[in-house]
Each structure stands twice: as C-alpha cells, then as structure tokens.
Design a protein around this ligand. Sequence first.
Ligand code: NDP
Length: 306
Amino acid sequence: MPARILDGRKTGSEVRLELLPRIARLRAAKHPPALAVVLVGDDPASAIYVRNKEKACEELGIRSEKLTPPASITTGELLDVVQTLNRRPDIDGILVQMPLPRHVDAGQVLLAIAPEKDVDGFHPCNTGLLVANQPGPRPCTPAGVIELLRRDGIPMAGQEAVIIGRSDIVGKPQAMLLLHEHATVTICHSRTSNLPEVCRRASILVAAIGRPGFVTEEFIQPGATVIDVGINQVTNADLAERLLAHDAARLENFRRTGRATVGDVHPGDAARLAGAYTPVPGGVGPLTIAMLMVNTVAAAERRAGV
Ligand code: NDP
C-alpha cells in the first residue's frame, strides 16, 4: 500500500480557521489579539519566515507589528526593545526571530521576554510548564507535529517514538510532548550508537537534524509514521539527483532553478517504506505557523481573561 501523505497545509489551515470564533470573542471583549515580531538585521531566510508569520496574522485578523532593528544592535539595546514590548498593554505576543547576530546574547534576550507573552514557548518558565504538563505555550514546531498526528488519527499511546535531534526548540520539547501522549520515547543525537538500528524500532520517527536526506531506508521500519521536521536548501546537483530521483517534476525544477528545499528524510525512501509521512515542503512547516497563531490567541485570551 502506498504511504499516506500527512498534509500539513490542509491541517494547518484547519487549525487556523478554528481560531476565528476565538478571535471574534476577543474583539468583542475589546481585546483584539496582537503579535510583535522582532526581526534583527537582514537575513533573507529570516525575512521570509517573518513575512509568512505576518501573512498568517493578516488572514486571521490578528494585528501584527514588525520591528526591524539593524544587525549592529547590542544585547542591551535589544533587551530594551523587549522590555518596552513587555510593558505595552496592546501587545499579547512577542517573537524574536532567530538566529540573532553572533554578538547578541540570544539566551539573555529570550529570558527577557515576559513568560505570558512568550508565544514561541522558549522561556524557561514555559519549559517548566511543559515538563510538568501544565497549561502554557508549547514550542510551535513540536506542538504542530502532535496536532498533525492527532488529527490524522495516528495513535501515539503505547507506541515507540524515536526522535533524532535534541535541540531546545524541537527535539527536547518533542520528546516531552510525545511522552505526555503516552508514547515510549527515545531521543537520539550525534553521539548515539547504532542510530539506524535504534530508529528502526520506531513506529513514529521524528527527524529534526538539519541534514538533507540523512534518514534513509535503513532507518525506517516498514509501515512507520515518519515526521520530517528538517528544512534544508540543496544546491548540490549530485545530492538533488539522489534525493529527488523518484520525483520527475521536482528534479526538473531543480535542474531549472539550481535549488530545492528538502527535509532530513530521503523523500523517495519515506514514500516507499513508511505507512505515513510528512512531505517537505508542505508537512510540518505550515503547522509551525498555525501553532504560533494558537499561542498568540491563547496569550490574548489569558491576558484578557476571556
Ligand atoms: P539543531 O542544529 O539545533 O539540532 C540538530 C540536532 O541534530 C542536534 O541535537 C544534533 O545532535 C543532531 N544531529 C546532527 N547531526 C547528527 C547526526 N549525524 N546523527 C544524529 N544526530 C545528529 O537544529 P534544530 O533542532 O533547530 O532544527 C533541526 C531541523 O529542523 C533544521 O533543518 C531546521 O531548519 C528545521 N526546523 C524546521 C522547523 C519547521 O517549522 N519545520 C522549525 C525549526 C527547525 P547534537 O546535539 O549531538 O549536536
């Protein structure tokens, strides 16, 4: 049986549309939700991510405000920007787009965001709520993965879940969220021994590594659900030919443009072996933005007492 594609665009759109009545209630309570996005410098990839977040806000009627300090901003100056947003009653959510320039202390900046306005869910207070399974904003990407699994009817309780990657923004919170769904969770990283063997145990395999097409057939248990969090730009022709060999249209597009966006999983191997898998693009990415909208609306509701 061919692998089922978990359509993140469709599910992300469902999640966003379900927010409309909640946004209407906030407006009726004279508390229209608002998100402030701080985009430091002129990194083109970050600018695209921020643009997509602004677009999602526009579509839902969430007010968004973009602040664009120059790359030369100091840690102290950026902390002042965050403190000002913390104090503003008309701002519900604050997002500082990562990565920040090297000379800025990102940890200090994230710590400065008021936990109740931390819509990325990265503040240590919110990490604590996540670990304790108490209500609070969850990091958007792993929360989006759970939403996708749940809505697509993929069982999690009692399943073996293996996550490749232990970052604070994806791997670790993903493990905690799957644990709360009663999966048996293994976290792998660059020092894990026998990685393919460990991954083959998984009925849910999550790849969050940042290496194009790293997860190949020897990592995938036939019939497993494979979630590909990675977003990688490929310009190397040999790699593109290897990863896109099964997809004539995408290969043709690569030959024309010289670039392709691929995940951490070999897409042909996932399509051949998995029971269900997320494509890149169009899998986890749209859910990340949808969950940012959920966190923003929830922050506004908490602040408005709605
Ligand atoms: P990080 O670089 O912070 O973490 C990568 C993890 O992968 C690390 O834990 C690292 O292990 C592990 N790793 C690296 N190489 C190997 C290897 N050879 N074998 C096993 N593990 C390895 O990345 P992020 O978590 O921030 O992001 C991961 C990917 O997800 C990226 O492609 C990123 O672009 C994408 N992403 C996508 C989002 C979306 O919306 N879809 C949102 C956020 C990220 P170690 O800790 O030992 O170094």
